[in-house]
Design a protein around this ligand. Structure first.
Ligand code: GDP
Length: 437
């Protein structure tokens, strides 16, 4: 039995797409358990770049069963659009191996409208910086018990009455924001075509995943966003609306936490963040710009330049704790090539003195909460061709070991470029110690 959760250990965009794709080579099933079409995994297959937002990255592997779990919010139009786009690129028969929880919630046009109006109405420094895909309002509907679930696509009349209640609940919000909600008809009619296709993919996915695990299948739970964006454990209120941490896999897929064997946290060799919110190790200088250019740090959904900074060890230790990390996948080590010195945040100075755990509720008070840095030696050699730890330049190897010790979590994989082969595989949770792919 092996069930592995892959989770972002920072603020998302850690390169989960590539890492999940590598492990998928040996997995039978991949399950997304939280979030919606804001994930934006970038996969590089051969020389082709493919961005998937809703579908699990594992969708590109023939024979892999892909599951959209009930913890997700799904935009029917985006889902069908993604399947058709991949179809045009030669990935056929996806619908036959995609299962969608009938309990997942739907993102409907009024969610997108409200999301956009809200982001535009607040002052820039207060904006969450959402992707405006309607995800937050769809989760609000879920918690307010006015949500519409995928299973309701089986009966559009019933769905229409659910939409009517939701529109009533949103009416005062839309009026206050100066927006006009669509009518029930305007919401339901465009759903007719996607509904016909989606209904065929609906399933009791909790049972499907549980059975797969029981039958000895290798199951991968693919997180979206990152630990510090989790609604409970992130830098609230600058967070996403779902449980991005590993515990979210049990809830969002509908299996018990004891079904999960291994949790892998993905971290970049530095840090990035998209949107608003605290980011203490952020660099607003030439080093920061260099990280952005060398790491191509522009949002895959929005194209927005990402904020960049040094790695944060207290943050990694925090991610290790709240996720129960067994191992780390360290990505984009190659991007640090060329820095003479590399800084690592090792602790924080706070009004309570120096702390080694992430002072998460103080992070937005830079006057009282300051990162403490250590400096490590950089290296100049390109890393893309490196396939073992021993082949790494000495300083790069020392950097990896330093992070491993500082986070208190062993490194399972080091990524040294965007391509699948540009990887140092140290431990594969599905197999144990592994040779490089
Ligand atoms: P995700 O949502 O966590 O998958 O993050 P992104 O979609 O933003 O992926 C990060 C970007 O970095 C993608 O363009 C990847 O192809 C690329 N990438 C992933 N791993 C590496 C790496 O080790 N080195 C470099 N240079 N690029 C990488």
């Amino acid at each position: 039995m092996s069930a592995v959760v892959i989770v972002g250990a920072q603020w998302g965009d850690e390169g989960k797409g590539k890492v999940v794709d590598i492990y998928m080579e040996v997995a039978d099933m991949v399950v997304r358990y939280a979030g919606g079409p804001n994930a934006g995994h970038t996969l590089v297959v051969g020389d082709e770049k493919v961005i998937v937002r809703l579908l699990p990255s594992g969708i590109l592997r023939d024979g892999t069963r892909c599951v959209l779990g009930q913890g997700m919010v799904i935009d029917p139009g985006v889902l069908i659009g993604e399947i058709d786009e991949l179809g045009r690129r030669g990935y056929k028969g996806l619908e036959a191996r995609l299962s969608i929880s009938d309990r997942a919630h739907l993102i409907l046009p009024y969610h997108i409208l409200i999301d956009g109006l809200r982001e535009e109405s607040v002052r820039a420094d207060k904006a969450i910086g959402t992707t405006k895909k309607g995800i937050g309002p769809a989760y609000e509907d879920k918690v307010r018990r006015t949500g519409v679930r995928a299973g309701e696509l089986r009966d559009l009349d019933r769905l229409a009455s659910r939409v009517e209640s939701a529109l009533e609940a949103w009416a005062p919000v839309a009026a206050a924001l100066g927006g006009k909600l669509p009518s029930v008809k305007e919401v339901v009619e465009p759903l007719e075509e996607p509904a016909r296709r989606i209904v065929r993919m609906l399933d009791n996915t909790s049972m499907l995943v549980e059975r797969a695990i029981r039958d000895g299948a290798r199951v991968m739970f693919e997180g979206a966003q990152g630990t510090l964006l989790d609604v409970d454990h992130g830098t609230y209120p600058f967070v996403t609306s779902s449980s991005a941490v590993s515990g979210g896999a049990a809830i969002g897929a509908g299996v018990g936490p004891n079904r999960i064997d291994t949790v892998i946290g993905i971290t970049k060799a530095y840090t990035t963040r998209v949107g608003g919110g605290p980011f203490p190790t952020e660099l607003d200088d030439a080093d920061g710009r260099h990280l952005r250019e060398a790491g191509a740090e522009f949002g895959s959904v929005t194209g927005r330049p990402r904020r960049t900074g040094w790695i944060d060890l207290p943050g990694l230790r925090y991610a290790a704790r709240v996720n129960g990390l067994d191992g780390l996948a360290l990505t984009k080590l190659d991007v640090l090539t060329g820095f003479e010195r590399i800084k690592v945040c090792v602790a924080y100075e706070t009004p309570n003195g120096r702390v080694e755990d992430l002072p998460i509720d103080l992070l937005d008070e830079p006057q009282v909460c300051r990162p403490v840095y250590e400096e490590l030696q950089g290296w100049t050699e390109p890393l893309e061709a490196v396939r073992t730890l021993d082949e790494l330049p000495k300083a790069a190897r020392a950097y990896v070991r330093y992070l491993e010790e500082g986070a208190g979590v062993p490194v399972y994989l080091v990524s040294v470029g965007p391509r699948r082969r540009e990887t140092i595989m140290l431990h594969n949770p599905f197999f144990g110690r592994a040779a490089a792919p």
